[in-house]
Ligand binder design. Structure first.
Ligand SMILES: N[C@@H](CCC(=O)N[C@@H](CS)C(=O)NCC(=O)O)C(=O)O
Length: 308
C-alpha cells in the first residue's frame, strides 16, 4: 500500500485532531506542509479546488475533511480501534458538536481576542471562511465575555465526564471522542492568551489533556509537495466503483457532480464524476494536468452534492 500522506500545517487545529488519530493508531506517515492561506498551488491538483486543511493522500486517492480522513484510517488500520468498547456511531454525533458549535466558539475566542493583532490577509481569509461575508472580528472582541461563558459551561461537560475516573472519554482506551475534544483544548491553549488559565479551571480535563498529548502523533516524516504530486501522478486510484440503490438524491456512479461544504464559508465547488457513493461518503474522479487521474473523497454530512 502507498504511504499515508497528510497535507497540513503545524498550527492547524483540525489537523491536530487527525495527528492524534495517527498517534492512537501508532502509524508511520508522511507529512507535507501546505501554506496557511490560498493559493495552495501544490494542493489544488490533488483536490480540484478544496482548500481546507487537512487533506490526506494515499497514492492517487485523496481524502478531504477530517471526517473522511479518519473513517478511511479506521477502515485501513482497524487496530487499535477508534471505537473502543464497540462504541461506533455515536462519536460521529459528538463530532457535530465539537466541529460545529464548539469549534465556532473556540474560533470566536481566538479570533476575537486577536482582532487587533492578526495579519490583515489572515484575518480577512478566516473571517470570511468561518463567519461569512459580513464577518466582524471587532464584534467578536466585544462579545468575548459571552463567548467565554458559553465555552466555559461546555468545557465543564468534558470535565464532568472525565471527573468520573475514566482515563479517556470512552473509558480506559483512547478513541475518536478524545481526538475530537482534544484538538479544541489544544487550540485554545496554544492560541488564546488566557487559554492555560481557562483550562486550569478543569482539573480532570487538564489531566486528560496531558494523557492525550502523551499519545503523540505516530511517526511522521517530512515529504515535499513535489514528491507527493509525483506519487499521485505515478499511481492509479484504488477506489472501487460502488452504487447505492437507496441514495435519496438518486446519485449513481458515472454522474457528473459538484461538491461544496454546506456552510457560509464561500468555499469553491469540486467537480468530477462519481465513482463511489454511500450514505456517509462520496468519491469523484477527476483529471489534472499535473497528477493525471485522481479520486477525491468527501463526507456526505456537511457537504452539498449537486448535479453538474
Ligand atoms: N470540516 C473540515 C474543516 C477543516 C478546516 O476548517 N480547517 C481549517 C484549518 S484547522 C482550515 O481549513 N483553514 C483554512 C485553511 O487552512 O486554508 C474538516 O473537518 O476537515
Amino acid at each position: 500500500m502507498h504511504d499515508v500522506i497528510l497535507h497540513h500545517y503545524p498550527q492547524s487545529p483540525v489537523s491536530e485532531k487527525v495527528r492524534v488519530v495517527l498517534g492512537i493508531k501508532r502509524l508511520a506517515w508522511r507529512s507535507v506542509q501546505i501554506p496557511r492561506l490560498p493559493p495552495k498551488p501544490d494542493l489544488m491538483p490533488l483536490t480540484g479546488g478544496y482548500r481546507r486543511t487537512p487533506v490526506m493522500q494515499i497514492g492517487a486517492d485523496v481524502y478531504c475533511d477530517s471526517q473522511c480522513i479518519i473513517r478511511e484510517l479506521e477502515r485501513r488500520f482497524p487496530t487499535p480501534t477508534l471505537y473502543p468498547g464497540n462504541g461506533a456511531g455515536m462519536p460521529w454525533g459528538l463530532s457535530r458538536w465539537t466541529d460545529g458549535p464548539l469549534f465556532t466558539l473556540a474560533l470566536s475566542l481566538v479570533l476575537g481576542a486577536q482582532a487587533d493583532e492578526l495579519p490583515k490577509e489572515f484575518a480577512e481569509d478566516r473571517g470570511r471562511l468561518y463567519f461569512g461575508p459580513d464577518y466582524d472580528l471587532q464584534a467578536l472582541k466585544r462579545d468575548l465575555p459571552h463567548i467565554l461563558a458559553q465555552l466555559r459551561a461546555q468545557l465543564g461537560w468534558l470535565q464532568q465526564r472525565l471527573g468520573s475516573g475514566r482515563a479517556f472519554i470512552l473509558g480506559a482506551e483512547p478513541g475518536l471522542p478524545d481526538a475530537l475534544c482534544y484538538y479544541l483544548v489544544w487550540f485554545i491553549r496554544g492560541r488564546y492568551a488566557g487559554g492555560a488559565a481557562l483550562i486550569a479551571q478543569f482539573p480532570d480535563l487538564l489531566a486528560w489533556e496531558k494523557r492525550v498529548h502523551a499519545i503523540g502523533h505516530g511517526q511522521p516524516s517530512e515529504m515535499d509537495s513535489a514528491t507527493a504530486l509525483e506519487i499521485a501522478r505515478a499511481s492509479s486510484p484504488q477506489t472501487q466503483t460502488c452504487a447505492d440503490a437507496d441514495d435519496p438524491q438518486g446519485l449513481v456512479p458515472g454522474m457528473r457532480v459538484g461538491i461544496t461544504p454546506d456552510d457560509i464559508g464561500g468555499d469553491p465547488t469540486v467537480v468530477g464524476n462519481i465513482v463511489s457513493v454511500s450514505a456517509e461518503e462520496i468519491a469523484i474522479q477527476r483529471q489534472d494536468a499535473r497528477v493525471g487521474e485522481v479520486v477525491v473523497h468527501f463526507p456526505r454530512v456537511g457537504y452539498r452534492v449537486t448535479r453538474a
